[in-house]
Design a protein around this ligand. Structure first.
Ligand SMILES: Nc1ncnc2c1ncn2[C@@H]1O[C@H](COP(=O)(O)OP(=O)(O)OP(=O)(O)O)[C@@H](O)[C@H]1O
Ligand SMILES: [Mg+2]
Length: 497
């Protein structure tokens, strides 16, 4: 966050004031804004000229929507520090929150007068100007009520989520091809907790809060979430990280809060955090250093705090996270145990691919199809690949009929043609993540002698064992011998039989 509460502004010579101020800063970091406000107030009592304390209290007030108090504090900062460019900037944000756009514009301009290189004020001003040029805006303050009906798209304005879209799905578990074990696990961990919490409670079972789905792309993580929604009749909120994270004061926290609040009002509800590895800090240099790292941290903190709230009253709410690279997830999220169970959603094996072809063509007029051969020809393909291949294959005879006027069934040759054309998408993904997992031997010449250095993948032994199934899949699919064998099977099925 730009307005880092730790940022040294005009300090104090009073050590006691400094101490409570620091404590309040920690509370602020933990998103305990009301407590932080109390702390800053104490610091101000001890040193009534403590500009930084006023400044941070103004931020905290603004976040909890107490704009009058926030304004007073920001004005006090300007009295104490007439040259401060931050105080007018915060005034701008407050006025913008209050929808006084003309006032906000003046404050941003003032901040820029004091510091012409003030990027954030500049960005905010540009955004505001664009908004003021637009014709009358639709009021979207009140979120759209659902209960059964689809709501509109999620509405985000100036980095703040105004209303949340609830998805309703007709997909059932019977629509999921393969994955018997996963279905069982998910039935026990999620479906029962939503549909029959009293049954679990009768046996003294704690209701789970969340699970994490991990696995290669296109293999059914999102599809599973929709099936759970359909199976339990829940609303599903797809919480897109890029809609939640915003660089301006307090928006990220507000957005997360809004999502959880909406979920609580519309139970049973599943909140789905797709690409949850994008939230928080990645291990190797995710984000661009200080700034973004900071509000990512705020997001993780707020998320954990919202989860705590649910832990006290878990009925009807379930959180699902999904990631392709679980080892890149923020350690705080993993450690917290909030995502109790991690469930691997694997790429389809021979039998599953065969079933997938049958499932995806069930409504098509088919000639004689050798499903076993189709499955062999798509070794290493994802479920998404197969769904898309089936869909596109149907276009071949359709386009033909359009030209010739003659109707015919969909034939084996159509599928084979489309498989060749489409190809599989997993291979590229495996070679991309290989470096994270597989140890690599590098040869260097030191003093004329050859030296071999083994470079470790970035997974800890713990992670290697926790995500073993995925690790093995990545290893097998990066192993040159296994890869070429698979390729041979695929080519033989495509071109011979
Ligand atoms: N088990 C399954 N049964 C039937 N169809 C499936 C299954 N898994 C995936 N599909 C099909 O593949 C498509 C892509 O799957 P999905 O979007 O769930 O992948 P994902 O794991 O979420 O991928 P990503 O990591 O890229 O988000 C689905 O829309 C669906 O058509
Ligand atoms: Mg997905």
């Amino acid at each position: 966050m730009a307005e880092n509460p730790d940022q040294p502004k005009k300090g104090t010579n009073n050590p006691a004031a400094k101490e409570v101020y620091t404590k309040a800063g920690n509370l602020f970091e933990e998103n305990k804004f009301d407590e932080a406000i109390e702390g800053y107030s104490q610091a101000i009592k001890l040193d009534p000229k403590y500009a930084s304390a006023y400044f941070n209290r103004a931020l905290a007030f603004a976040i909890v929507n107490k704009y009058d108090e926030a304004t007073k504090d920001a004005q006090r900062v300007m009295e104490l520090e007439p040259e401060s460019h931050d105080a007018p900037y915060v005034m701008g944000i407050i006025e913008e929150y209050k929808k006084n756009y003309t006032g906000a514009k003046r404050w941003y301009e003032r901040a820029l007068e004091l510091n012409p290189k003030y990027e954030q004020a500049r960005a905010r001003l540009d955004q505001l100007k664009a908004k003021m040029d637009r014709p009358i805006e639709k009021e979207t303050e009140e979120p759209i009520k659902v209960n059964g009906k689809q709501s509109e798209e999620t509405v985000v304005e100036d980095g703040q989520i105004k209303s949340v879209k609830f998805h309703r799905s007709n997909i059932k578990f019977s629509d999921i091809v393969g994955m018997k074990k996963q279905k069982e696990l998910i039935h026990q961990n999620i479906v029962l907790a939503i549909k029959k919490p009293e049954l679990l409670r009768a046996y003294g079972k704690r209701l789970g809060l969340g699970v994490l789905f991990y696995g290669p792309p296109g293999c059914g993580k999102t599809y599973f979430v929709n099936a759970i929604g359909g199976e339990t009749g829940s609303n599903v909120i797809i919480a897109a990280i890029n809609e939640i994270i915003d660089m301006y004061a307090g928006n990220t926290e507000k957005n997360l809060h809004r999502i959880f609040e909406q979920a609580r009002k519309n139970t049973p509800c599943i909140i789905f955090f797709d690409e949850v590895d994008a939230m928080g800090g990645k291990r190797d240099g995710g984000g661009d250093g200080g700034g973004s790292q900071n509000f990512m941290r705020m997001a993780v903190n707020q998320f954990l705090q919202e989860m705590d709230g649910i832990e006290k009253n878990p009925e009807g709410i379930f959180i699902i996270g999904a990631t392709n690279q679980p080892w890149d997830m923020d350690p705080a999220l993993k450690r917290s145990g909030r995502f109790g169970e991690s469930i691997y959603i694997p790429p389809p094996d021979y039998k599953t691919r065969k079933q997938a072809f049958m499932y995806n063509t069930r409504k098509m007029p088919l000639g004689r199809i050798n499903f076993g051969r189709l499955s062999r020809a798509t070794i290493g393909f994802s479920q998404a690949d197969i769904a898309e291949i089936c869909d596109k294959t149907a276009l071949i005879p359709a386009a033909e009929e359009d030209m010739t006027g003659r109707r015919r069934k969909i034939l084996m040759k159509d599928f084979l043609k489309m498989i060749k054309q489409h190809g599989g998408t997993l291979e590229a993904w495996y070679s991309m993540v290989k470096k994270d997992i597989v140890n690599k031997t590098e040869t260097t010449i030191v003093d004329g002698k050859k030296q071999e250095i083994v470079k470790e993948g970035k997974l800890s032994p713990e992670e290697k064992s926790k995500y073993k199934a995925l690790v093995n899949d990545v290893k097998n699919n990066s192993n040159i011998v296994i890869k070429s064998l698979k390729k041979a099977i695929q080519l033989f099925s495509l071109y011979v039989a």
